[in-house]
Design a protein around this ligand. Structure first.
Ligand SMILES: *Cc1c(COP(=O)(O)O)cnc(C)c1O
Length: 339
């Protein structure tokens, strides 16, 4: 293996030694297979390719200063993948199988778990899709579950830095009663054009409004939205957002430090009154937001300057501390993986 420049890793794909795979056939899951190939040979009529029968997960493992490798809240990712499978009628991956595959993928690639000092981590990508052939629209009867890993750098290379977001009424990522609450690829396909538009305008991403009324905040591209006001942590409640495990963790940490947590509809005009706002997800934990531009009605909301807000920073450091094992894990969120 070439020496990895741990300090300059990006959030991108890098080849590792092995991935882990499992096939669902004749109504049951087979044995876990260890594979060194990066490619998959599948039927050209697989439903995952034609009809979007696909779901994925994203979680991380962290090496602490004690050299232990901690996997963060895998049970929640396993449950969410089961929910996604139910959402698009795929075979469900049992939690034990999910964990075994993730654990194996980490252990087989132990040399790719970044050292503590680098601020990097091992990103784990479980993937489930319909592999059986269909031409008529119908769920497949064969599925494939794959877990691969890749080392990733800290999301913000120059430290924890605020970003700007774009509100646009030109696009939606998910319908009110659609698949927004499942982690399926189709939602991402639906978000690419608006995301491109945001990037071209110099924004980190799009802040989506609810598709039905365009009155309430949904989420920020691939991350949930939260706001801080009067010692409250406020986050949108909506049928079309993906339940973020990072957000769920931040809500608990906010309660732990005596804040009130409000999970409710958040009207877009409320942006004018918030003290701090941010996006949250596994990739960055928190991306503080310092500017939101609502281009259709020509309003700019500003939050602080180039420094992240106090509460956002506090929550960020608490969560990262639990992940790296430097802050006590009182909620039992981490699982130590023996290498
Ligand atoms: C994965 C994802 C998130 C973040 O979820 P985490 O569990 O915190 O990583 C938020 N929104 C969408 C649309 C996602 O796909």
């Amino acid at each position: 293996m070439n020496k990895i420049d741990w300090k300059n890793l990006s959030f991108g794909y890098q080849k590792t030694n092995y991935n882990v795979r499992c096939h669902f056939k004749n109504s049951k899951w087979g044995e876990l297979e260890i594979c060194s190939s990066e490619t998959i040979d599948i039927h050209m009529a697989a439903t995952g390719l034609h009809y979007g029968q696909e779901a994925f997960e994203g979680l991380k493992a962290f090496k602490g200063p004690d050299e232990k490798v901690r996997l963060f809240r895998w049970q929640d990712n396993a449950q969410r993948m089961i929910n996604s499978a139910r959402g698009v009628l795929m075979a469900e991956v049992p939690k034990e199988l999910f964990f075994e595959a993730v654990k194996k993928a980490i252990q087989l690639n132990a040399e790719f778990v970044p050292p503590y000092e680098s601020g990097a981590s091992l990103y784990i990508r479980p993937l489930l899709f319909g592999s059986g052939p269909r031409i008529g629209v119908k769920p497949a009867d064969e599925y494939m579950f794959v877990v691969f890993v890749t080392p990733v750098g800290p999301y913000f290379k120059e430290g924890f830095k605020p970003v700007s977001m774009l509100i646009t009424r030109e696009y939606d990522r998910a319908a009110p009663l659609g698949t927004g609450k499942f982690k399926v690829g189709g939602n991402y396909a639906a978000s690419l054009k608006s995301m491109q538009k945001a990037h071209e305008g110099g924004y980190a991403n799009v802040l989506y409004l609810d598709a039905r009324e365009k009155k309430y905040i949904d989420e920020c591209g691939p991350a949930n939205f939260f706001a801080i006001k009067d010692n409250s942590y406020i986050t949108p409640k909506s049928e079309s957002i993906l339940p973020s495990i990072t957000n769920k963790s931040l809500m608990q940490l906010a309660k732990d430090i005596g804040m009130e947590v409000q999970e409710r509809k958040v009207a877009v005009e409320e942006l004018a009154n918030f003290e701090e706002v941010g996006a949250c997800g596994t990739a960055a934990v928190i991306s503080p937001i310092n500017k939101i531009v609502d281009e259709d009605i020509d309003i700019v909301y500003s939050f602080g300057g180039d420094e992240p807000g106090k509460i956002s920073s506090l929550l960020y450091h608490k969560l990262q501390g639990i992940q790296y094992g430097t802050v006590e894990d009182i909620h039992g969120w981490t699982t130590i993986i023996d290498l």
